[in-house]
Write a protein that binds this ligand. Sequence first.
Ligand code: COA
Length: 253
Amino acid sequence: MSGEIAVQDKVAYISGGTSGINLGIARHFADLGASVMVFGRDAAKSAAAAETLRPKAKGRMLGLAADVRDHAAVAGIFAQAAAELGPPDIVIAGAAGNFPAPAAKLSANGFKAVVDIDLMGTFNTFRAGYDLIRRPGVMIAISAPQGTRPRLLQSHVCAAKAGVNMLVKCLAMEWGPENIRVTGISPGPIEGTEGVARLAATPEMKAAWVDRQPLRRMGNLADIAQLAAYMVSPAASFMTGAIVPCDGGSELA
Ligand code: COA
């Protein structure tokens, strides 16, 4: 059956899975019976994140270290994960970098750092995943409302996430015939994440942000994790190339 996949007994590799939204997805998938490999730049943080997934898990958990900007490093840990957990059914590109900065004050290297982590990092993760992923398989990029809406102080992130959105659509076209679905999630502000802490540094900034949200609240980790589980499930087997907003209406405001 075309594109069919469920979380239980599947193998998921998740970049940026050591914290925030991506760790939330990793935890939900682990609780549903998947084996999960999470990775970030920091080996100790990656190992600690995998440890937090173990208590309820039926599958096996692995925490490895690679910088998503380095394709060879990502391919290297994917080979290691494949040897230990088996090839992935699910690949999630969640690693991201963000800080608020006016373009006039942003150095070329600052712009590049975010484009490299978000856009190159997504390509590197998906490209390394392509070589191993089982068919049928599913890839999810974690995008952002900045991918479709221009924002002040976010030129670097808007450019990078718009690229991520287009990459998802192009890969969905190229890899669909091989039974690989390529999709994206566009989370709005999610409570307790580093991203929100960076973009709303004070309670006043946070309150003003909530006030601009049509649903008048920030999201939580479960909002995104449950959507990710749906997107890799048989219920979504006809979905590819879609970047699904789960943002309390951020994209509209
Ligand atoms: N404002 C303006 N420029 C900034 C900046 C800020 N707040 N933070 C970093 N930069 C610039 C640096 O000055 C540097 O440019 P320069 O060499 O011209 O001075 C460039 O960005 C790279 O900085 P560096 O700290 O060397 O990069 P890094 O690769 O170690 O880190 C970042 C990448 C900058 C994106 C860092 O914030 C990061 O690692 N983020 C990951 C976590 C995260 O952002 N989570 C939220 C996700 S939504």
